[in-house]
Design a protein around this ligand. Structure first.
Ligand code: 8YV
Length: 314
């Protein structure tokens, strides 16, 4: 009997895949010498596809996947997955919410503190022997007591707020609607929140609905002492406006884990003294990536055994 194919498009734990060996022929997209040729010949045999929210379903193979039944997104963001296309074909989609929220919230705080207290620059200052040659490092602005604005008070945004509260900060948020039972100050627009906040932490989903939600006017409202933190998607912030505002001094600093065209990072950001940069690692801990992979596999096993999905998107 021909076994169905599990097509693994983005990097995924080999160990986590083991329980699926008995059900699928597992094919790694990255190992295919000619992916399009493979899809043309074998696309109809692909039953499940593992990807992430940055890559989605590779366009060259989309129309060959006649029997695709499940897209398993190894991440909480699924913005690169065309849900309309999936829904029209009865393809289910799952993602990995919750298991990564605390890590991402931790990292948002790490980036905020690193930007406020200029930790990377201070580290370089010591390593480059400038402390001995030039004396004390520059004074910085303190994080505790600051006004923290959270764009998107979802699963991750709520955990960011809890962490920020522990630093005795004031917390405000914006989103589609004011949330019942939430004591944090609600602002109806990103612009209003940016005008109030000392630090703006972007925690929204990616995709068309949030594209450039933070643009020049919001960045200018955040101001020359303001700090932008982005642990969401590069698309949520107008990156060209961000570069302009940093270079002109209209924005104080930016701490970014996500970018427009990863892993490409503009030189203007890479060379700036006002940025803290990281390579999309907010959820990248051993424990969390194991939990994400296990959730993906558990969803796939439930799908092939006719059981309800654990974390359905559609
Ligand atoms: C992952 C993420 O880096 O969950 C997301 O949406 O962006 C990160 O957790 C990404 O999905 C790659 O697996």
């Amino acid at each position: 009997m021909i076994r169905p194919i599990l097509l693994v498009v983005t990097p995924f734990s080999q160990e986590a895949l083991e329980p699926l060996q008995e059900y699928f022929d597992i094919v790694q997209w990255q190992s295919l010498p000619a992916p399009e040729a493979f899809c043309a010949q074998h696309g109809s045999g692909v039953l499940v596809l593992i990807t992430n929210g940055m890559v989605g379903v590779p366009p060259p193979c989309r129309d060959t996947l006649a029997n695709l039944a499940l897209i398993a997104c190894n991440g909480v963001g699924y913005d690169a997955i065309d849900l309309g296309w999936a829904d029209a074909r009865g393809i289910r989609v799952i993602n990995t919410p919750d298991v990564l929220s605390a890590d991402v919230a931790d990292f948002a705080m790490a980036l905020a503190l690193a930007a406020f207290r200029r930790v990377p620059a201070a580290d370089r200052y010591v390593r480059e022997n400038k402390w001995r040659r030039q004396g004390a490092f520059t004074l910085t602005r303190r994080f505790w007591g600051s006004k923290v604005g959270i764009v998107g008070l979802g699963r991750i945004g709520h955990l960011i707020a809890r962490r920020a509260a522990a630093f005795d900060t004031q917390i405000g948020y914006t989103g589609r609607r004011q949330q019942d039972g939430v004591a944090y100050a609600y602002f109806p627009t990103v612009l209003a929140l940016a005008g109030w906040a000392d630090v703006l932490i972007v925690a929204t989903p990616g995709g068309a609905d949030t594209c450039h939600l933070v643009s020049r006017v919001e960045l200018e409202a955040l101001g020359p002492e303001g700090v932008l933190v982005n642990i969401a998607r590069g698309s949520v912030v107008n990156q060209l406006a961000l570069i302009d505002c940093l270079e002109s001094g209209q924005l104080g600093a930016a701490a970014l884990d996500v970018f427009d065209d990863e892993p490409q990072v503009p030189e203007a950001l890479a060379q700036s003294a006002s940025t803290v940069l990281s390579p999309h690692i907010a959820s990248a801990t051993v424990q969390t990536r194991q939990a994400m992979a296990a959730l993906v596999v558990d969803n796939i096993l439930r799908h092939i055994n006719g059981k309800c999905l654990i974390s359905p998107v559609n």
